[in-house]
Write a protein that binds this ligand. Structure first.
Ligand code: NDP
Length: 328
C-alpha cells in the first residue's frame, strides 16, 4: 500500500474533523495528471474547510487545500509531461475534489496553469488563490474603466491575504490606495505595501445610507455585508467595486441608489471556476505587476503540520498577509 501524508477532513457526529494523516494513493480521484504538490497556502476558504465553520467541503473524506504549486509526476494529458512545473487554484479542489495539502494529487490537466517565470513555486503559493483573486479584481476594475488616473480606490480587509496583495498590486500600478482594516496596528505594514491612507474598519461597518459622500473611484471588497454596502454608497459617479469576499458576512444590506443614481457598477469575482484563459492572463500579470519585495513582506512560511491551527487563525481574522505551506 503506497501512502502519503495529507490533511484529511472527515465527518463526525458533531460536524467535521481535520487531521494530518496517511492517505492511500489508491483512493485518489479520477484525473489525467498526477501531481506532487510542493507548496500550498492557507486561504480563508481553507480555514472554513478545516474548522467546518461553513459547509465548503461537500465530499467525505476530503483532502483539504484549494491551491498548489506542483511538479507533474505522470500525465496522459497532451499539454503536460512529467517534470513540468504547474499551478492549480480552485476548480473545487478541497471542496468536491481531493485537494492539495497532500504529498500527491490527481487532477484534470485542463485545470493546470504553467508556472509563469520568474515566479518560483513558493512565490506562486505566497500569492495563492488570494493573490490571484486580487489580480482578477484589478483586471475587473480596469475593464470597468477605473485606472490610476480615476482617483483613490479602497481595499477592505486590507491586512488579510486578498487585501494585502490588492494593495501592493494597485500601488505598483500607480493607483492611490486607501486601505480599510480592523487592525490599525498594521498601519505601517499597509503603508509599506503602498497604501497612502489607512482607515478603521469601523468607518465602513455600520448600516449603510443609500448614498453617502463620494469618496472613491473604485474598490476591492473582501468583506461583504455592511462594509460592501458602505463602499457602494461612497463610490463616486461611474465608479466600480469588485466584490470577492465575505469575511464579514454573506449578506448585502444595500440599496440600488448607487447603481441608479450614480451609475456605480458592482463587479462579481469568482476565482474558483474562472476560465483557463483568464487564469493565465491573471498569472502572467502577477508575474510582472506584483512587487516581489512587497510580497516577501506579506509571507509567513509554515509546514503541513501547522496548517490546522493556521486554518483556525485565518477564520478569526488573525492572519496578516499570506501563509505559505511547505509540503516537502
Ligand atoms: P483573510 O482572512 O486573509 O482576510 C480577510 C480579512 O478580512 C481579514 O484579515 C480582516 O482584515 C477582514 N475581516 C475579517 N473578519 C472581518 C469581519 N468580521 N468584519 C470585517 N472585516 C473582517 O482571508 P483571504 O484574504 O484569504 O480572503 C478574503 C475573502 O475573500 C474571504 O471571504 C474569502 O472567502 C474570499 N475569497 C474569494 C475568492 C473568490 O473567488 N471570490 C477567492 C479567494 C478569497 P483586517 O484585519 O485588515 O480588517
Amino acid at each position: 500500500m503506497a501512502t502519503f501524508k495529507a490533511i484529511v477532513i472527515t465527518k463526525t457526529e458533531s460536524g467535521t474533523a481535520a487531521a494530518l494523516t496517511d492517505f492511500d494513493e489508491q483512493d485518489l480521484m479520477e484525473g489525467d495528471v498526477t501531481l506532487r504538490p510542493e507548496w500550498s497556502t492557507v486561504n480563508y476558504k481553507d480555514g472554513l474547510a478545516i474548522t467546518g465553520k461553513a459547509p465548503v467541503v461537500r465530499r467525505f473524506p476530503m483532502i483539504a487545500g484549494v491551491d498548489a504549486a506542483a511538479t507533474v509526476e505522470a500525465s496522459s494529458h497532451p499539454a503536460w509531461k512529467p517534470g513540468d512545473k504547474v499551478l492549480l487554484n480552485g476548480w473545487g479542489c478541497g471542496e468536491t475534489h481531493l485537494g492539495m495539502y497532500a504529498g500527491k494529487a490527481r487532477v484534470k490537466g485542463d485545470w493546470l496553469v504553467a508556472l509563469p517565470p520568474p515566479l518560483s513555486g513558493r512565490d506562486a503559493m505566497a500569492i495563492g488563490s488570494a493573490g490571484y483573486t486580487a489580480m482578477l479584481c484589478v483586471m475587473a476594475l480596469e475593464r470597468a474603466g477605473i485606472g490610476p488616473g480615476s482617483g483613490q480606490v479602497i481595499v477592505t480587509g486590507a491586512a488579510g491575504g486578498v487585501g494585502s496583495v490588492a494593495v501592493a498590486l494597485l500601488s505598483k500600478l500607480g493607483y492611490e490606495v486607501s486601505a480599510s482594516t480592523g487592525r490599525l496596528a498594521e498601519t505601517d505594514y499597509l503603508k509599506e505595501l503602498g497604501a497612502t491612507e489607512v482607515i478603521a474598519r469601523a468607518e465602513l461597518a455600520g448600516p449603510a445610507r443609500p448614498l453617502a459622500r463620494e469618496r472613491w473611484a473604485g474598490g476591492i471588497d473582501t468583506v461583504g455585508s455592511t462594509t460592501l454596502a458602505n463602499v457602494l454608497s461612497m463610490t463616486r459617479r461611474s465608479g466600480a467595486v469588485a466584490a470577492c469576499g465575505n469575511a464579514g458576512g454573506m449578506d448585502l444590506p444595500a440599496s440600488v441608489a448607487p447603481f441608479i443614481l450614480r451609475g456605480v457598477s458592482l463587479l462579481g469575482i469568482d476565482s474558483v471556476m474562472a476560465p483557463l484563459a483568464v487564469r493565465e492572463e491573471a498569472w502572467q500579470r502577477l508575474a510582472t505587476d506584483l512587487d516581489r519585495q512587497k510580497l516577501a513582506k506579506m509571507i509567513e512560511e509554515i509546514d503541513l503540520v501547522d496548517v490546522i491551527p493556521a486554518g483556525k487563525k485565518i477564520v478569526e481574522g488573525a492572519v496578516r498577509g499570506r501563509l505559505v505551506v511547505r509540503i516537502r
